[in-house]
Design a protein around this ligand. Structure first.
Ligand SMILES: [Zn+2]
Length: 311
């Protein structure tokens, strides 16, 4: 079946605090036309636009920041993850400051916002970015690999030297149902000692147990977890959001171990620079099974036991 591009049916807005500034942050999602992509607009600066594509990626420490000239918008990844997870190709996001509100530290409030606004199909074909040849990157123990596939799958493993986290690994086909049920609600997490260091550096001023899982010496300080393996699920959420910077929905199996925003961004940069390793095509243009079979063994690499996430 031929798939068309989607946007929102109506506008919707949401308000919260900026994770780093601790100040009130507001945003408004509005529908936009075919091939316009996801674009941020700084309403406090005359509507200055920053497209959500890899070219404008500025920083990846603690959160994903986009910049065009002197103008920035940061902590974009959870909102981009929700848009990608729900298949929104085109939207304009007005913000009234440099940060997207952190909300509860997950993508769920943005999923609810998009669903309340509704989704509308546009009269133009969706174009997928399909990985045709494997791309991999290694940085010490951190490793990431994109393997050719005719759908979008993620396998992720983390191994934190803390008894409250330890080894966690999941694999998921990123369908809308699986995304909403198993990934979007997973909250960001941090170590208490890192929070103390960030506060001293003037960062994470808006951070609290309301918008992050905080891991202290004795374990998780929040009242409860949403999933036993909430931390690795949040890594999947972040990767979905970072991959939105490709500017087109992805068809590949991405396998990451001990990754983070920096490794995700490095993969995107390497992939985009490796012309011939990917192509753009409509939903009907699939890779032949014999081509995929050559790389099937790679999908088993990197990650030992893992839990399959479904809707
Ligand atoms: Zn995150």
């Amino acid at each position: 079946m031929v798939e068309n591009q989607k946007t929102l049916a109506r506008a919707g807005e949401i308000e919260g605090v900026g994770l780093h500034s601790g100040r009130r942050a507001w945003l408004r999602l509005t529908p936009s036309g075919p091939d316009s992509g996801i674009v941020f607009a700084r309403r406090d600066c005359g509507g200055f636009e920053i497209p959500a594509i890899h070219r404008y990626l500025k920083g990846t420490s603690f959160a994903t920041t986009l910049a065009r000239g002197d103008m920035v918008v940061s902590t974009v990844e959870h909102l981009l993850s929700a848009l990608q997870g729900l298949g929104i190709d085109n939207a304009r996001i007005e913000v009234d400051g440099p940060e997207v509100p952190i909300m509860d530290g997950s993508a769920l409030p943005f999923v609810d916002l998009i669903r309340a606004a509704g989704v509308r199909s546009l009269g133009a074909r969706r174009r997928y970015l399909t990985v045709r040849r494997p791309i991999s990157l290694k940085d010490g123990e951190r490793e990431i690999l994109a393997v050719p596939a005719n759908d979008f799958q993620i396998t992720y493993a983390i191994d934190f030297p803390h008894p409250a986290i330890g080894y966690q690994a999941v694999t998921a086909s990123i369908s809308e149902g699986a995304y909403v049920a198993s990934i979007a609600p997973a909250r960001t997490f941090c170590m208490l000692r890192d929070v103390q260091a960030m506060r001293q550096a003037g960062l994470a001023l808006g951070g609290s147990l309301e918008n992050a899982l905080v891991i202290g010496e004795d374990g998780v300080m929040n009242a409860s977890l949403r999933y036993a393996d909430e931390c690795v699920r949040h890594k999947v959420l972040d990767l979905v959001g970072d991959l939105a910077l490709l500017g087109a929905p992805l068809r590949a199996h991405v396998i990451a171990t001990k990754g983070g925003h920096r490794l995700h961004a490095a993969l995107i940069g390497k992939l985009l620079a490796s012309q011939g390793s990917w192509s753009l095509g409509t939903s009907e243009e699939l890779l032949p099974a014999a081509h995929l079979a050559q790389f099937a063994h790679l999908s088993e690499k990197l990650v030992r036991s893992r839990v399959a996430l479904t809707a």
